[in-house]
Ligand binder design. Structure first.
Ligand code: AMP
Length: 508
């Protein structure tokens, strides 16, 4: 007998085993009405009421439902209310501009779009049958009506499509199945040691690779979710104190914000010997890790992964062999991406590109069979990251072979920014590279050949009309020409070199 693994399992268990527990504490301060504290029984009711509403709207199984929202309890319940009844959730980065969102909605074929009250502007021009503002609960939920059961629950069915900027000018939709999400969430929970006493602070945007699967894993184990709408170092410390937080996931830029806030914090830093922080997106400097261990007294866990891998690929967590080591030595060991997670195979090709194979690698890129075939050639997923295994068998990521910049934990496609820059009439050529930056990890930097009189401010303002703020160049430099190969290909490594001289790795 084989039962399909579906995301409903996480919700159903929580509702059955922990109905009266506080499941979610919604952001108290938000533009719409906060849902306050919800127990798991209520989360189950809301998810069912959302599914019943989608039935009433005539959204079929497999139909796409997009959500544009900051972290919020209503986004959280959508992970179950949409996918749990066989529909496909498309979580969209709320920082994107209207044309970018329009593209994703159109490409995914979503027939329903929910938007946070602060993002209602994006709904205006959208050509979709059903548009709702989160918080308008009469439109979102149909309470008291039993939703139509998913006719044939199938673990190979697509549960979410997550758009991510990559190697193409437009973002690609990463198609993740129920099986992908189930196995990522449980494997991750095993490595992070998630249990029913965990209080999980949502410092990571839920739209980003489905919050790395934590909305599922923490729910299945009966943990508590604390919603955080906006990242702010001091506020993170206050929530850790107020809610007894034990776990969070964060890009290095978020960890830096917490460390900055800790320097001004009066009294004992909350969460000492209790909080574990899971970090990915970029390799955090050893010194940052050392400060987390020393100044915060929090456990530091590094993972490496991508949206395409749901995301878990490798894990680096303190192991018993390191118990007697000095803090600096422990930090140095934790600065590596890690060792393969359970059930994940990792290898390198001849050029040092990291390859992975696991049961939580993507099913494909939504309606892009050629891109899918390229990324999965030879039955390995090609990550586009470069690295090596050190003498202890730990993977170290040193380089990005794909043309992607990671700034503040979010992917930026260089090509997309180059397209925006060259759309300016005064720009003849543009190359976009990442340059190392203390705060953001990497800074989107445009190198531009332009007509006389064109200014950097003008070009940045021009990009802002087309791209989300975090994708726009923070720095623009004017050059006479751009180095190219004989076949006309831009030699980006030559452009990057002066900015990265003296650094061990070519990512930050
Ligand atoms: P995303 O799909 O937006 O989650 O971005 C995935 C990319 O983030 C990977 O391909 C890597 O380039 C980068 N990344 C994630 N985790 C790490 C890590 N621990 N060290 C270095 N780079 C990382």
């Amino acid at each position: 007998m084989q039962y399909p693994l579906t995301v409903r399992d996480f919700l159903d268990r929580a509702v059955q085993v922990y109905p009266d527990r506080v499941a979610v504490v919604d952001e108290p301060d938000q533009p719409g009405p906060s849902l306050g504290e919800l127990d798991y029984r209520r989360v189950g009711e809301l998810a069912a009421a959302q599914a019943a509403r989608l039935d009433a709207l005539g959204v079929p199984e497999g139909g796409r439902v997009a959500v544009v929202s900051q972290n919020a309890a209503r986004l959280f319940t959508s992970f179950f209310g949409v996918s749990g009844w066989g529909r496909v959730l498309v979580p969209i980065n709320f920082r994107l501009t209207r044309p970018e969102i329009e593209y994703i909605v159109g490409h995914s074929g979503a027939s329903v779009v929910y938007a946070d009250p602060s993002c209602t502007g994006v709904l205006d021009g959208l050509d979709v049958p059903h548009k709702f503002v989160l918080g308008d609960d009469d439109a979102l939920y149909l309470p008291g009506v039993e939703p139509r059961p998913w006719s044939e629950p199938d673990e190979s069915a697509t549960a979410t499509v997550n758009y991510t900027s990559g190697t193409t000018a437009r973002p690609k939709g990463v198609q993740l199945t129920h099986r992908n999400l189930w196995l990522n969430a449980t494997t991750f929970a095993l490595h992070a040691g998630i249990g029913d006493r965990d209080v999980y602070l949502h410092t990571l945007p839920m739209f980003h690779a489905n919050g790395w699967g934590m909305p599922y894993g923490v729910t299945g184990m009966g943990g508590r979710h604390i919603v955080l709408r906006q990242v702010d170092g001091a506020e993170i410390l206050r929530r850790v104190e107020r809610h007894g937080v034990t776990l969070m996931c964060a890009a290095p830029a978020v960890v830096n914000a917490v460390l900055d806030a800790a320097a001004d914090w009066e009294g004992e830093i909350p969460g000492r010997d209790r909080v574990r922080v899971i970090c990915a997106g970029a390799p955090p400097p050893t010194r940052t890790i050392e400060r987390i261990l020393e100044e915060l007294g929090w456990e530091f866990i590094q993972i490496y992964g991508l949206t395409e891998t749901s995301p878990l690929v490798t894990v680096n967590r303190h192991r018993s062999e390191w118990d007697g080591l000095a803090v600096g030595e422990r930090a140095r060991r934790l600065a590596r991406a890690g060792v393969p997670a359970l059930g994940v195979r990792v290898d390198l090709d001849v050029d040092g590109e990291v390859l992975t194979a696991s049961n939580h690698n993507l099913a494909g890129y939504w309606e892009q069979p050629e891109e899918t075939a390229k990324a999965q050639a030879g039955d390995w997923f090609h990550t586009g990251d470069g690295g090596y295994f050190d003498d202890e068998g730990y993977l170290v990521i040193t380089d990005r072979k794909k043309d992607v910049i990671i700034s503040g934990g979010e992917n930026v496609s260089s090509i997309e920014v180059e397209d925006a820059l060259t759309a300016h009439p005064g720009v003849r050529e543009a190359a976009v590279i990442g340059t190392p930056d203390e705060k953001w990890g990497e800074l989107v930097t445009g190198l531009v050949v332009a007509d006389d009189g064109v200014t950097a401010e003008e070009l940045i303002a021009h990009c802002r009309t087309r791209l989300a703020g975090y994708k726009c160049p923070k720095r623009v430099e004017f050059v006479e020409s751009l180095p190219r190969t004989a076949t006309g290909k831009l030699q980006k490594f030559r452009l990057r070199e002066p900015y990265w001289a003296g650094k061990e790795r070519r990512i930050n």
